[in-house]
Design a protein around this ligand. Structure first.
Ligand code: GTP
Ligand code: IMP
Ligand code: MG
Length: 358
């Protein structure tokens, strides 16, 4: 049984939270990090502690699972080693020997005028992927400091699948940031859809059973993208929900544009960049399209509590308010896929899981 988790909007949808939940609940034997590389910042709150992870999968929340990094993923070695220590997982992490390694020159090149225009995370991912395509990058196998973690990750996961084990794959970024499907050039350096996540760890399309596409209850975007319609004053004034939120932001003394005030109120600050994220209303059309291209078998809605605070910490469907349910139904109807996981807070335990039909 292979399940993939990917983002359906512009990244930061809460994939980390959902992966850490599925890792505990479904108990996969192997959990693999796919995606671009350390440009992703995944956040997990586990047993009262906050983890910001950019290399190790958020599935570390399951203490028995083997944690893998697939050959498609770019690796920042100091960060990798630091996260091994932070999560105390050195005895159960395997790194594919063909992962491409980000070095200082790639980070320097990520400060170029073009990187600034796109608003990259500055983590060196774009230049490293370019060097990989130009066949001038060094691979993990060239670095003695990671030798003891070396493995053939595709072989390991395919053997696990053959043996009937569960495998969970963690994608990064979001569909709107895909090199293929996003608003080029305001995109990341690789496709971010489920098919590429599977290829990143070496799993063929016929072996994937579940694709969870994650959406925030509203939209956030870090970095530049002039093609997005962000929340502006007229839209805020026309909506009692956003107006209430702006009032709360004013009461709290937040400053800036209407969008910045609401972002501050929602706590939307980039995990990797520390920049305030820009906010938008739920983009139904992008969501519908991304569910389709990703082959979604399930959609997950996160941060429901931020739009509907009365739902904070809810763990069953009957604890969700009528307003919140109306929002969920509108999303399900427009996308045409049921939301079986609904996240109601940052902690791994704050979730409504109706996958068993209850
Ligand atoms: P990228 O790969 O960088 O796109 O990251 P991601 O999808 O893992 O999301 P990230 O952790 O960067 O951002 C999501 C933020 O929302 C984090 O701060 C999470 O702790 C938080 N979060 C996730 N789910 C919920 C939720 O249901 N409610 C609340 N209040 N916060 C949530
Ligand atoms: P890069 O991936 O660092 O080259 O950045 C390219 C674009 O994708 C920029 O707009 C970034 O802000 C955005 N981006 C890259 N990774 C993430 C992520 O994990 N979450 C949100 N945005 C991201
Ligand atoms: Mg993030």
């Amino acid at each position: 049984m292979v399940s993939i988790v990917v983002g359906g909007h512009y990244g930061d949808e809460g994939k980390g939270k959902i992966v850490s939940y599925l890792a505990k609940k479904d108990d996969p034997a192997y959990i693999a990090r796919a995606g671009v590389g350390p440009n992703a910042g995944h956040t997990v709150y586990l047993d009262g502690k906050k983890y910001g992870l950019r290399m190790i999968t958020c599935g570390f929340s399951n203490p028995e699972a083997k944690l893998l990094i697939g050959p498609g993923v770019l690796v920042d070695i100091p960060r990798f080693l630091n996260e091994l220590e932070m999560t105390d997982t050195a005895d159960r992490v395997l790194l594919d020997s063909r992962c491409a390694i980000i070095e200082a020159e790639h980070k320097e090149d990520d400060l170029s005028a073009n990187s600034k225009k796109i608003g990259t995370t500055g983590s060196g991912c774009g230049p490293a992927n370019a060097a990989r395509v130009n066949r001038v990058i060094r691979l993990a196998r060239d670095f003695p400091e990671v030798k003891k973690f070396m493995a053939d990750v595709p072989q390991v996961v395919n053997d696990a699948i053959d043996a009937g084990e569960k495998v969970l794959i963690e994608g990064t970024q979001g569909f709107g940031l895909s090199l293929y499907y996003g608003n080029y050039p305001f995109v990341t350096s690789k496709d971010t859809s489920a098919s590429t996540a599977a290829a990143d760890v070496g799993i063929g399309p016929t072996r994937i059973e579940e694709v969870h596409v994650i959406y925030k209850a509203y939209m956030s975007r870090v970095g530049e993208d002039p093609f997005i319609k962000y929340l502006a004053e007229d839209e805020v004034n026309a909506s009692p929900m956003w107006t209430r939120m702006l009032e709360a932001a004013d009461d709290a003394g937040f400053e800036g544009t209407v969008n910045e005030k609401i972002a501050s109120h929602l706590g939307e600050i980039g995990t990797v960049t520390g920049r305030p994220r820009k906010i938008g209303s739920f983009d139904f059309e992008l969501a519908r399209y991304s569910a389709k291209i990703n082959g979604a078998t399930n959609i997950c809605i996160t941060c429901l509590d931020k739009l509907f605070p009365e739902c904070a910490g809810a763990k069953s469907y009957d604890k969700l308010s009528e307003d919140a349910l109306e929002h969920i139904r509108a999303i399900e109807e427009k996308i045409g896929v049921k939301a079986k996981l609904i996240s109601t807070g940052p902690d791994v335990a704050d979730i409504v899981d109706i996958r068993d039909g209850s």
